[in-house]
Design a binder for this molecule. Structure first.
Ligand code: NAG
Ligand code: NAG
Ligand code: NAG
Ligand code: NAG
Ligand code: NAG
Ligand code: CA
Length: 570
């Protein structure tokens, strides 16, 4: 029934009607029901009775990921199930813009951490761009249920359907339904194109890449921020800092670590040619940091009760042990044969994986096992009965971490690794990716994005030189490192850092107008500080002239030989 309603001839008329139509007239259950994409995916059944619509007026959306706006939208949700799977139920949510503001666009959004969506935090980006927005619950329960709560069918039994949904399937279905639904709702004829986009950061960045790598025609443009890809290494590596603490037998207060970070920022800030509180060249920082100045410097913090419990007031002088720990942390993970297993965060980043816990009974700081790494191991890899996190690192060495990474890749590689490097089909389909990553990211190493970019370059253009390959990638895939920025957020320690707030608008202009971004503009007055990899920021003329320069040493410092593995790690 729905297909005949929207036959091409009628749809041309409908398109005219739609732009003159009000949001309230399309925001009804009965209108939405006739627009359902019932036949869009084989083996999937949409429950028409689950359709729900509600009109939301004068909604103000504000985020660092899109310009602030106040708008009306229709919240349309429905549920579907995969045929043959008992109890399967996936909820999807679409936000519809005013017909008068609709610009033939559809935008999927993703989640963060173990969440496959970001509630109402990310989806407004679509409305602001004149598109229908989409998010999914992955079938994990409801829109607020995270994958980690649905990942086990029983203790010790992986829920593979949920794992595939999280890996890539739910996003695929969300976009297929979303594009067809958009066409049907707004009466867009089959002759007219609906441009499709994706925006997400962290886990959301990984979800974006999961589509680019598998479904070349899914999106015309993708904004992928600090993607949590190379999953096996990425998740497990959160435990590297803890194993380093255990191996060195030192558990610093967060105050001592913060002091080291502050001094790193202060000392490395000028190395980029401009003293502005921003470490734009963390590569130079590694080479030139004056440790003698840091060790022995005094620190002082007031008591605080924040995340992770209460921390007493702390003071002291930065110890040699703390310096050794931070040097080890920055060097990254090596196995007992001295081969490199993984790499670390850039200097200037905060030390989140080194967080410790204060024990008020003993008055000592103790190991605080990273939940991001620990949940992965306890529930998915080295299953621990009834445990949320691993409860101790007894017997866990650098070699154990390597083995966990290799096993994680063997068991989940095709679902979660998300580093498939051949994007030939995506390029051929005309897709564009804008990939961004904070240079002071403390949760996903900045070098992780550089490594994937380089894998795509070397796999797709093996005969070209490094710089020729980079130029070839420019056609459809551009990576920008954002100086001073942490993990998918502005960094309070480097408040003058630029932030790219208009990335979706940028990729839309690239797709629809052919305007490829040479640099990214920030929402602060510092305009040109975001260079396109492999170019690097450099201020000359006493901080007055900004340039993006090619610097082989800088490129080398982000490039690692992971020689602990026999197989390539993309
Ligand atoms: C929304 O805002 C407009 C402009 O400020 C106002 O005229 C209108 O009454 C508001 N609508 C609702 C439902 O609050
Ligand atoms: C949209 O509707 C769904 C289903 O009624 C509801 O769960 C969700 O909270 C709504 N979202 C917003 C942002 O209103
Ligand atoms: C795993 O065991 C814990 C403790 O017995 C229980 O609370 C939890 O519900 C179990 N999880 C599953 C998925 O069965
Ligand atoms: C680090 O610098 C911040 C300001 O950026 C300050 O609030 C904090 O107290 C400093 N921490 C230490 C340990 O000195
Ligand atoms: C495309 O270019 C035209 C002309 O410069 C401009 O008006 C329009 O806003 C651009 N569209 C996008 C999506 O950037
Ligand atoms: Ca600087």
């Amino acid at each position: 029934m729905h297909s005949s309603l929207w036959a091409p001839a009628a749809a041309i008329v409908a398109a005219t009607v739609a732009s003159a139509t009000s949001l309230s007239s399309i925001c009804t259950d009965s209108y939405a029901k006739q627009a359902l994409p019932l036949d869009a995916i084989d083996g999937v059944t949409i429950d028409a009775s689950s359709v729900s619509t509600s009109l939301v007026t004068n909604y103000t959306a504000s985020s660092i990921f899109f310009p602030t706006d106040t708008f009306n939208y229709c919240n349309l949700t429905f549920a579907y199930s995969h045929d043959g799977i008992d109890g399967d139920l996936v909820h999807v949510q679409y936000w519809l813009p005013e017909p008068s503001k609709f610009k033939n666009r559809y935008v999927s959004t993703g989640g963060g951490g173990w969440a496959i969506n970001s509630g109402s935090q990310s989806i407004p980006t679509a409305i602001i761009a004149g598109g229908v927005g989409g998010l999914t619950d992955g079938g994990f329960g409801n829109f607020n249920t995270q994958f980690s709560s649905a990942a086990l069918l029983a203790n010790g039994t992986i829920n593979w359907q949920a794992t595939y949904m999280f890996g890539y399937q739910a996003q695929n279905e969300l976009a297929i339904f979303g594009k067809q639904l958009t066409r049907n709702l707004y009466g867009v004829s089959s002759k007219q194109k609906i441009y499709s986009y994706y925006q997400g950061c962290s886990e959301g960045g990984r979800e974006g890449w999961s589509q680019v790598q598998r479904f070349p025609e899914q999106f015309d443009g993708v904004v992928a921020g600090a993607p949590a890809f190379r999953w096996a290494q990425q998740q497990t590596n959160h435990l590297s800092g803890n194993v380093m603490q255990k191996t060195l037998g030192y558990y610093p207060s967060n105050c001592e670590l913060e002091k080291i970070m502050n001094m790193t920022i202060e000392s490395c800030d000028p190395l980029d040619g401009k003293t502005d509180g921003v470490v734009a060249r963390s590569d130079l920082c590694l080479a030139k940091l004056d440790w003698k100045k840091i060790e022995g410097s005094s620190y002082k913090c007031a008591a605080s009760s924040g995340y992770g419990g209460t921390t007493p007031a702390a003071s002291g002088t930065v110890s040699a042990k703390a310096v050794e720990l931070v040097k080890t942390y920055w060097k990254g993970l090596y196995d007992s044969d001295g081969n490199r297993v993984y790499f670390s965060y850039q200097p200037g980043a905060s030390f989140d994986d080194l967080d410790t816990e204060y024990n008020s009974a003993t008055g000592e700081y103790e190991l605080d096992i990273s939940g991001l790494g620990g949940i992965w191991i306890a529930q998915f890899i080295d299953y621990i009965k009834d445990a949320q996190n691993i409860d101790s690192l007894d017997g866990v060495t650098y070699d154990t971490l390597k083995e966990w990474m290799i096993f994680s890749q063997k068991k989940y590689g095709d679902i979660l690794q998300t580093t498939y490097p051949d994007l030939t089909d995506f390029q051929a389909a005309g897709g564009k990716v804008l990939h961004v990553h904070g240079e002071q990211d403390f949760s996903i190493p900045t070098a992780s994005s550089v490594r994937y970019w380089d894998s795509v370059r070397s796999v797709m253009f093996p005969k070209k030189s490094y710089r020729e390959g980079a130029a070839a990638l420019d056609d459809f895939y551009r990576l920008f490192l954002i100086p001073g920025v942490g993990h998918c957020a502005v960094n309070s320690y480097e408040p003058n850092a630029p932030w790219p707030q208009f990335t979706l608008q940028t990729v839309i202009s690239w797709v629809e107008n052919g305007t490829a971004p040479a640099t990214l503009s920030g929402s602060t007055e510092i305009e040109a500080e975001m260079c396109r990899w492999p170019l690097r920021p450099l201020w000359t003329n006493s901080g007055k002239k900004f340039q993006c320069v090619y610097d082989q040493d800088s490129v080398n410092s982000f490039t690692y030989d992971l020689d602990a593995y026999k197989l390539p790690v993309y």
